[in-house]
Ligand binder design. Structure first.
Ligand code: MSP
Length: 506
């Protein structure tokens, strides 16, 4: 039986259309999912949409639609974008689906029955865009500390979750599991936050109706974050604990943006503790993208639309840029010039050029037929070793979700390949038929190194790698075995590769 690997993205609000921030998490998750499948895991990759709550209700009113009409319309845009970006999700959950509503009602009821949810009264400052209550002291200049927008005083009867009760248990868990919250700086932030003390959390609202009613009291709607976070188990069939839930829970990695870490690293684990369910193994908070140095926002009209980027630069270039440009976990800046630079230097020049040069030589010198290598010289062994080391390094780096470093490690071998051509000078060897055996060995090492490079790249650049592997006479990378040196067989037909990435003129 294969080991399992369950990973999730946040579920995206349907009051906004997809932008590069959403694409970022989803592409990162896809790369990880593809890599883990290659490494032999039984992967379950979940994404979806967050469709309830006041925010969506308001957006629908503004648009003159029902919330569900709005959701149906916007969710298609997300799904179409994920199709275009090659997001290999196993499931897409919508919080308006029956399977989700049933699971949310059940976990709410379980916690209510156990006494950790109780009815009380609430009075505090509420920020509607963030769907968050704030205490007087948390406000900054009387405004929401997260988004700086005005807040309103709300008093309502509310159900509360006894989050305070789980403070020590949560701290102990975070301390005993150094990998639970990543990166480290974010882990420290959460530890300080929890140490300041957890208050009980309001988990129902009576001021609007678009959501899942509290079981047994339908004047109350379940708090949208309680509803949304539960998607990670309802998608697995919870409350049914056999089937996918039994197979994949607890989740291996939850990828999120840094702005929603508290919900995932404090609220969610304490809900699970109260329900007696196992906690996620890891939550990783990535940074935020600014655009040409500025915060991305509708009012600044600088929201970067992924479809436009794909039209202009292609899917794989966009996927590559997002993961290469900024170390996962840090903030980064998007600019067209940075993207064009990456395409021209890393993609067109390095990887594209290497493949077209090498396959062109294989065609020219051997009619595209690959021959067995004879004994390897020092320079061949060096290339082979670097390639093999890359495979090991990538395994370690992918485990750390260090996508950018992973790509750097792969690019070192690509550069080594380019240098290997210069050092072995195949065109000189080709001048004398006496060198034929040596030339065949050089071609073998050169192409074999690239075959392994493209097997690893297939997680990042699926269609590029597929084209490259086809020109190397190899099928798609489907298992870990393909990463071993020696996969290319004598007699394989090599086809001259077209330019993988055309250069972009600015
Ligand atoms: N619906 C909630 C998540 C519920 S998960 C149980 C939500 N949705 S969201 O659509 O507003 O945001 C989803 C994700 O997009 C968040 O992880 C957020 O960090 C990410 N991003 C939004 N803007 C971003 C950038 N400018 N840069 C990087 N990621 C950004 O929150």
């Amino acid at each position: 039986m294969k080991p399992t690997f369950y990973l999730t993205t946040p579920i995206y609000y349907v009051n906004d259309v997809p932008h590069i921030g959403h694409a970022y998490t989803t592409v990162a998750a896809d790369v990880l999912a593809r890599y883990k499948r290659l490494m032999g895991y039984d992967v379950y990759f979940l994404t979806g949409s967050d469709e309830h709550g006041q925010k969506v209700e308001k957006a629908a009113t503004t648009a003159g639609e029902t919330p569900l009409e709005l959701a149906d319309r916007v969710v298609k845009r997300f799904q179409a974008l994920w199709d275009r970006l090659g997001i290999s999700r196993n499931d897409f959950i919508r919080t308006t689906q029956e399977r989700h509503k049933r699971g949310v009602s059940q976990i709410f009821k379980d916690i209510l029955d156990s006494g950790d949810i109780y009815l009380g009264e609430y009075e505090d400052w509420y920020c509607t865009p963030c769907e968050t209550f704030w205490t007087e002291t948390q406000l900054i200049d009387g405004r929401c500390p997260d988004c700086n927008r005005p807040v309103e005083k709300l008093k309502e009867e509310s159900y509360f979750f006894r989050m305070s009760k789980y403070q020590e248990q949560l701290l102990a868990h975070i301390e005993a599991n150094p990998d639970f919250i990543q990166p480290k700086s974010k882990r420290n932030e959460i530890i300080s936050f929890v140490k300041e003390g957890l208050r009980d959390l309001s988990v129902s609202r009576t001021t609007f109706s678009w959501g899942i009613p509290v079981p047994g009291n339908d004047r109350h709607i379940i708090y949208v974050w309680f509803d949304a976070l539960t998607n990670y188990i309802t998608a697995l069939g919870f409350p049914d604990k056999t089937g996918n839930y039994g197979r994949y829970w607890p989740v291996d990695v939850q990828l999120i943006g840094k702005d929603i870490l508290r919900f995932h690293a404090v609220y969610w684990p304490t809900f699970l503790m109260a329900a007696g369910l196992p906690l996620p193994k890891k939550v990783f908070a990535h940074g935020w993208w600014t655009v040409e140095g500025q915060k991305m926002s509708k009012s600044l009209q600088n929201v970067v639309e992924p479809n436009m980027l794909i039209d202009k630069y292609g899917v794989d270039a966009v996927r590559y840029f997002l993961l290469r440009e900024v170390p996962f976990g840090l903030d980064g800046d998007f600019s067209h010039s940075a993207l064009i630079n990456r395409i021209n230097s890393d993609l067109a020049n390095d990887v594209g050029n290497l493949l077209s040069r090498s396959t062109a030589m294989a065609v020219k010198y051997f009619d595209g037929v690959l021959h067995s290598p004879s004994s390897l010289t020092e320079i061949d062994i060096a290339l082979k070793q670097r390639t093999e080391e890359m495979v090991t390094t990538v395994e370690k780096l992918m485990d750390e979700l260090a996508f950018s470093k992973t790509l750097q490690a792969i690019w070192e071998v690509i550069s080594a390949g380019n240098k290997y051509i210069d050092d072995t000078a195949p065109w000189t060897l080709a001048k004398d038929p006496a060198n034929n055996e040596r030339l065949a060995t050089v071609m073998y090492c050169l192409l074999e190194s690239q075959r392994i490079v493209h097997c690893l790249l297939s997680s990042f650049l699926p269609s590029t790698a597929q084209k490259a592997l086809a020109s190397l006479g190899s099928s798609d990378a489907v298992s870990k075995d393909v990463l071993a040196w020696g996969g290319l067989q004598a007699g394989t037909k090599i086809i001259k590769a077209e330019a993988l990435f055309p250069r972009i003129e600015e």
